[in-house]
Ligand binder design. Structure first.
Ligand SMILES: *Cc1c(COP(=O)(O)O)cnc(C)c1O
Length: 345
């Protein structure tokens, strides 16, 4: 075989980091004979509390980030309330709001960031869901003190704003542990954190859906011990994961790739490496030809509503490319990615 015919190793856009530690804890749970929600779930909740500097008992594990949003909205009586959510975001937010009977009010991105423009959230909006996209957190504006704030931290566990961990700036923080997030609890999972102990109690009651004598429709949103044990194992390695993500990010930055800028006063996590470039299609095609998958972070087809009303989001939809960045990406992979991107900037 000539050298030309050797196809270069495939580099996926994303990949969970799973190894011996996850295997070990999964086997332990299986051997214990208890795999549904139990001690491992409680331990994972308290691990997250400890990580965020919250007292034990301030977190509730659920089956997904979407479930976390839905349960929060359901408990805060979102029905018929106006709920601000970003236009530029995954459908999970819209779905949770709609399922909870709320009235979603779509808000545009900022001019200098794909994150939601909080200045356009007005007091008539009762609740706002504020995601910190791509690991780049934003400070919650003081002007929103009358609005109930749900911080969506699905992409930004470990990020800080003014030395406050994200998830604690607003009234409630939610996290996702889906396979390709910063850490995963066995493919799916979510968490809700809050300092409001009455709210935590209501969440726990909701989650105990089949043991309560109530005339309410409650769904099963529980996490399993098998998932939670994997989540805790991932959290124990999180510092190492973040360090490797940062190294890769710095390699991209040192190669002068046009990455999204950070705002001041924040400490991001490198969930995504997003290029800001008008050559979106060209770069994605060139990478694909080299057996590398890059992605459009948010596509027009995923969003509802006329794009004309959301000029900033519309710009971000067409001028961003998400490059591979995850702990198992090797330096030689990063080099290959940089070489292709630089040729097409
Ligand atoms: C992934 C994600 C969600 C939904 O989490 P799931 O666990 O997939 O339901 C919500 N918001 C944001 C910003 C996300 O990235």
């Amino acid at each position: 075989m000539t050298k030309k015919n050797i196809k270069k190793k495939f580099i996926p856009h994303n990949r969970p980091t799973l190894g011996k530690q996850e295997e070990k804890v999964a086997v332990e749970v299986i051997r214990s004979g208890w795999i549904a929600q139990g001690n491992a779930v409680e331990n994972f909740e308290n691990d997250i509390c400890q990580y965020l500097g919250l007292p034990p008992g301030s977190a509730v594990a659920v089956s997904s980030g979407t479930a976390a949003l839905y349960m929060t909205l359901a408990i805060y009586n979102a029905k018929e309330k106006n709920i601000a959510i970003p236009y530029y975001c995954c459908s999970s937010l819209r779905n949770a709001v709609t399922l909870a009977g709320g009235n979603p009010i779509l808000v545009d991105s900022k001019m200098d960031s794909p994150n939601i423009n909080m200045e356009t959230i007005v007091p008539s909006m009762d609740i706002a869901i504020i995601p910190h996209l791509f690991g780049i957190p934003q400070k919650i504006s003081k002007g929103l003190s009358k609005t109930f704030i749900i911080e969506d931290c699905a992409q930004s566990l470990g990020a800080y704003v003014d030395d406050v961990p994200i998830g604690l700036q607003g009234d409630v923080g939610i996290f996702s542990f889906y396979a390709t997030k910063l850490i995963t609890s066995g493919g799916q999972g979510g968490m809700i954190v809050s300092r409001d102990s009455a709210f935590i109690e209501e969440l726990i009651n909701y989650r105990t859906f089949n043991q309560l004598d109530v005339q309410k429709h409650l769904f099963n949103f529980q996490m399993t011990d098998l998932q939670a044990a994997i989540g805790s194992a991932q959290l124990r390695q999180f510092t190492k994961f973040m360090k490797r993500r940062e190294e890769i990010y710095l390699r991209y930055q040192d190669a002068n790739l046009p990455l999204l800028n950070n705002e001041s006063g924040i400490q991001p996590v490198r969930f995504r490496a997003i290029l800001q470039t008008p050559k979106q299609a060209e770069i994605i095609t060139a990478l694909a030809k080299n057996n590398i998958t890059a992605a459009i972070p948010m596509q027009q087809s995923e969003l509802v509503g006329s794009k004309d009303n959301y000029p900033n989001a519309s710009y971000w939809i067409h001028n961003t490319v998400s490059l591979p960045i995850y702990p198992s990406l090797r330096n030689e992979d990063v080099k290959r990615i940089i070489k292709v991107v630089r040729k097409h900037l």
